[in-house]
Design a protein around this ligand. Structure first.
Ligand code: GLU
Length: 322
């Protein structure tokens, strides 16, 4: 062989090996969640754990990212920054219909549903020493309604409006992340905070186990609100989950569902694999967080307002769920 043909042979061999090694490399998918003391973060981790069980076979590897919450996740999916996100069912509906934060952008028609997960309750936590006993007592108080990327911010605004409180005029509203809310409450920097979250959650455990005693506030004047939108339902928070709170009875409020969403741009193969990984390891998945206890495969196909991604649909048809 001449020097040139040896060089060419090596070059071809090199290209061959680099192509095959690229083919063997895993495809990474990122799941956007919420603050690490919420339930989205462990939910994303549970989904990733199920997907990664067979990563050597399907070559898809899931990683989890802590984010500002539902609104951030939806926007990051549409921007192509992340592949999946855990988001509130009401925010899925609003994004699909160009409402709330998406009024100016119009409907996000690329958004796709995968499945729904645990129930989330709009949770209002107040420091007991403030004397706040009802939502109306929030007038004049320092209340964290949530960061801009969160799902719960709009729930807080809806709850306040339903109680005749103008969030801009009648309270001193702050916009911190839920991750910081319990520390700021304990440090006397705020009087109360809203968080739409599954129970039990570490964030609420932290808030109820500090030296400053806290009370959950019922949110009950909501019949008109619940009739005016399709995505809210009445729910309650079992008081036994938080022995540190001063409440004696379960807390009445309203809620939504956590859901997994993606974009129409994500391949059927990836979404099929993610869906199958959860449904075929269902009992293992349910053990990964107490809020998953009541889940059934059928219940995970409810509460979705975006079209179901064809990759997920393929699995649901195969499994006889659709
Ligand atoms: N529901 C909250 C949100 O959408 C997140 C709750 C959680 O992280 O568990 O921002």
């Amino acid at each position: 062989m001449t020097k040139i043909s040896t060089f060419l042979a090596l070059l071809i061999l090199g290209i061959f090996f680099s192509v095959t090694s690229v083919q063997a490399k895993a495809t990474f998918i990122t799941i956007g969640t919420g603050g690490i003391t919420g339930v989205y973060y462990p939910t994303g981790a549970a989904i990733a754990k199920m997907v990664n069980k067979k990563k050597k076979e399907h070559k898809i590897r899931a990683v989890v990212e802590s984010t500002g919450g539902s609104v951030f996740n939806i926007n990051a999916i549409i921007a192509g920054d992340i592949e999946f996100g855990v988001v509130q069912s009401d925010r899925q509906f609003q994004a699909m219909n160009g409402m709330a934060e998406w009024k100016d952008s119009g409907p996000l028609t690329e958004l796709r549903a995968v499945f729904s997960i645990h129930p989330e309750a709009v949770t209002l936590v107040a420091a007991a020493d403030t004397g706040i006993k009802t939502i109306r007592d929030l007038k004049g108080k320092r209340v964290n309604i949530g960061n801009l990327g969160s799902g719960h911010r709009q729930n807080a605004i809806d709850a306040l409006n339903a109680a005749g409180i103008d969030p801009q005029q009648d309270i001193q509203a702050s916009s911190s992340k839920a991750l910081d809310a319990s520390a700021t409450l304990q440090d006397q920097e705020i009087d109360a905070f809203f968080y739409t979250v599954g129970h039990p959650s570490d964030a609420i455990r932290e808030a109820t186990s500090g030296t400053r005693k806290v009370i959950f506030i019922d949110i009950t004047d909501i019949d008109k609100l619940l009739h005016s939108v399709p995505y809210y339902t009445k729910t309650s928070i079992p008081v036994t989950m938080y022995p540190g709170a001063v409440n004696e009875h379960d807390i009445k409020t309203f809620g939504v569902k956590a859901t997994l969403v993606t974009s129409a741009d994500i391949s059927d193969d990836i979404v099929y694999t993610v869906t199958k990984s959860i449904f075929e390891n269902f009992e293992d998945f349910k053990k990964l967080h107490p809020t998953f206890g009541a889940l059934t495969k059928k219940s995970m196909l409810t509460g979705l307002s975006a079209p179901i991604h064809p990759g997920a649909l393929k699995y649901y048809k195969e499994a006889g769920l659709q």
